[in-house]
Design a protein around this ligand. Structure first.
Ligand code: AHM
Ligand code: MG
Length: 329
């Protein structure tokens, strides 16, 4: 118990890092922490829902049972609406952004993927919540699209919550990366991974191999070299879990484009920008194969991008191979 630091306590201590902070950002981070504890509770009983629920779409209390990703989305939206610190949100689950009218002069917008890796829910494999916080740009009464279409370098804070063998919240405000593990017995996130640094050691690669034939030549060559060098191959299929492993053990996670889907699958605003901010803050790199993810221009909310993220030397190597083999087939 001696050195136990809870997430809330840590956030308050860190507020002093920002001389003119009004406490709004701290409040927002605490609200996201609270929402994620509730999501964690629901995720942990996912398998029970079918046992304890009654036929149809209702549970034993007569409430409609929701799919977990919809539940997580609604929960985050209502926590952020109630917080008073956020003037608008955009969620991967929704087509467009939602202005929050009740928030007076709140200056932040939050962009999130409520439950990433959702195809893993039914098979009891790790999933996660990803979030990014930006300062509002527009001055009109209501938030505008431009407030959400900011480049990743403008992020004020970003983080993720991993619902795995334990629940962890990892976040950055641009001054390093810290990780907290949920202690369910006291219901608190406790600092467990202070000042995370992505290891230089880089002998793990992570990619959906089934699309190999459709990758561009530089990416194929990179994968061939990984195999040649006897790298370990790991792929969970939940970006949060794959990036979390990369953050702690080193290596590279990739979701390249293909001929049919030139920009791959993953979303710039909801997934790639926040995770890139974290990885860079931990000493790693994140690229779209040509340039830095965080400098990409956001043109629409659900924009996709190829992504190569992890240990600097591997990201640089794949960028170089892509460059060298451009135009080859
Ligand atoms: P989702 O937002 O629908 O859950 O999809 C995103 C997920 C990522 O977590 C993961 O990296 C990727 O999809 C896996 O895709 P694939 O099944 O094509 O390998
Ligand atoms: Mg997602």
């Amino acid at each position: 118990m001696n050195n136990l630091i809870t997430l809330d306590e840590f956030i308050i201590r860190r507020q002093k890092d920002f001389p003119f902070a009004s406490g709004e950002l701290s409040g927002l981070l605490r609200d996201i922490g609270l929402a994620s504890k509730i999501i964690s509770r629901e995720v942990n009983k996912a398998g029970l829902a079918d046992i304890t629920g009654i036929a149809g779409n209702e549970n034993s209390s007569g409430e409609a049972q929701q799919k977990l990703d919809v539940m997580a989305d609604n929960l985050l939206i209502s926590c952020l609406k109630n917080s008073g610190e956020c003037c608008g949100i955009a969620s991967e689950e929704n087509d467009t952004f939602v202005p929050i009218h009740s928030s007076g002069n709140a200056k932040y917008v939050v962009i999130f993927d409520p439950l990433d890796g959702s195809s893993n829910i039914d098979v009891n494999v790790s999933i996660g919540t990803i979030f990014a916080i930006y300062r509002r740009k527009s001055t009109s009464a209501e938030v505008q699209l431009e407030d959400f279409l900011q480049s990743g370098t403008e992020q004020v804070a970003a983080g993720y919550v991993l619902y795995g063998s334990s629940t962890m919240l990892v976040y950055t405000t641009g001054k390093g990366v810290n990780g907290f593990t949920l202690d369910p017995s006291i219901g608190e996130f406790c600092l467990s991974h202070p000042d995370i640094k992505l290891p230089e050691k880089a002998d793990i690669y992570s990619v959906n191999h089934s699309a190999y034939r459709e990758f561009e030549p530089g990416v194929k060559k990179f994968i061939d070299d990984c195999i040649e060098d006897a790298f370990k191959f790991r792929y969970i299929g939940s970006m949060v879990a794959d990036v979390h492993r990369t953050l702690l053990k080193g290596g590279i996670f990739m979701y390249p484009g293909t001929e049919k889907a030139t920009n791959g699958k993953l979303r710039l605003l909801y997934e790639c920008n926040p995770l890139s901010f974290i990885v860079e803050q931990a000493g790693g790199k994140a690229s779209d194969g040509r340039s830095r993810i965080l400098e990409q221009k956001a043109e629409k909310l659900h924009q996709r991008t190829p992504v190569y993220i992890g240990s600097s030397q591997l990201v640089e190597k794949v960028e170089k191979l892509i460059q060298e083999t451009k135009g080859n087939n």
